[in-house]
Design a binder for this molecule. Structure first.
Ligand SMILES: Cc1cc2nc3c(=O)[nH]c(=O)nc-3n(C[C@H](O)[C@H](O)[C@H](O)COP(=O)(O)OP(=O)(O)OC[C@H]3O[C@@H](n4cnc5c(N)ncnc54)[C@H](O)[C@@H]3O)c2cc1C
Length: 289
């Protein structure tokens, strides 16, 4: 099923994101986690596209298995910044052969040491170029894209970043999932400004329950997300106690989700980090409300 249709159908849409593990054992563990989360009836599952080129075929394998073996709708993330048209066409054809109907069209980040052997002039400069390539190829795929409520770190300005969001819609994106963020006001403000610019497609909040203080600081430094100072103080006060961090992470993410849904968000996309417990706890409680 096309994910855009899931959002149009009416009810709330809950989705989970996973990344391709590095080892066979990791893949087995992931399917254990998926089995545990299956009873929560996610509307779809997405699998990220690694920066490491050798691991990229795993994304296609995993989404295909999620759809075929678990019967859950699946979406492949695809990054295009270091890909040629031919390479991308090949990946897209493999997805379609495996019955995948949804892709998240992303730019990605250029590898620090460029070992692609693909001349740079063949790369897709931006996510809208990938979306347009898929649309123009007439492939039967529903296309989503990334949105950055706190502004993409390389953006010239918040305004230009938003204008490019509209460019992505015009190129074929039918919904957006946001970068992780912690201040709901940033999301609501971003959605309002996007609507004013004529972006009418669903903008779905991406929520990450924090499970590691060091890990979340590193991620936020890379993607431009801000941890509110009170929350950061609480996290740092746990002093390396993993259970206390996880409990705080769940409590914070849950209240974030409750406010989002109360104020009209179309659903929640959970960044699971390939773990089940936080997502299970939060979604179980959201579904009971
Ligand atoms: C939901 C989500 C999932 C993600 N999944 C992955 C993943 O699986 N693998 C991975 O490697 N990364 C992933 N990322 C990270 C993503 O690749 C990075 O955030 C990347 O730096 C930007 O990707 P984008 O698609 O937003 O790029 P773009 O939309 O291309 O934007 C990137 C920058 O260029 C500017 N820009 C956009 N279009 C144009 C244009 N036409 N002309 C000039 N400037 C322009 C924007 O303002 C922005 O500053 C994900 C991010 C999100 C939010």
């Amino acid at each position: 099923m096309r994910i855009a249709d899931l959002y149009q159908r009416g009810g709330l849409v809950f989705s989970f994101e996973f990344f391709p593990p590095k080892t066979e054992k990791g893949v087995r563990n992931l399917f254990g986690v998926l089995d545990e989360l299956r009873s929560l009836d996610p509307d779809f599952i997405s699998v990220t596209y690694p920066i490491d080129r050798d691991r990229r075929p795993l994304t296609v394998d995993l989404v295909s298995r999620v759809k075929r073996e678990l019967g859950i709708e699946a979406m492949a993330h695809l990054t295009c910044v270091d890909a040629s048209r031919d390479e991308m066409r090949h990946v897209l054809e493999r997805l379609i052969e495996n019955g995948i109907e949804n892709v998240l069209a992303l730019r990605g980040d250029a590898p620090p040491d460029d070992q692609t052997h693909i001349p740079r002039e063949e790369w897709f400069p931006h996510a809208n170029d990938l979306a347009a390539f898929i649309r123009e190829s007439d492939m039967p795929l529903c296309i989503g894209g990334a949105a950055h409520p706190e502004v993409h770190p390389e953006a010239e300005s918040a305004e230009s970043d938003l204008r490019y969001l509209k460019v992505k819609v015009d190129a074929g994106c039918e919904f957006f999932i946001t970068q992780l963020y912690f201040n709901n006001a940033d999301y609501f403000d971003f959605v309002d400004r996007a609507r004013n610019l004529g972006v009418q497609v669903p903008i779905v909040p991406g929520i990450m329950p924090v499970s590691s203080v060091r890990g979340i600081k590193r991620m936020c430094a890379l993607n431009g997300s801000t941890i509110p100072s009170d929350y950061l103080r609480q996290l740092e006060a746990t002093d390396g106690n993993d259970d206390a961090v996880a409990a705080l992470g769940i409590e914070f993410a849950q209240s974030q989700c409750e406010e989002l849904l109360d104020k009209g968000a179309p659903g929640i996309h959970f960044y699971t980090l390939n773990r089940s417990s936080a997502t299970r706890e939060i979604l179980t409680s959201l579904r009971k409300r």
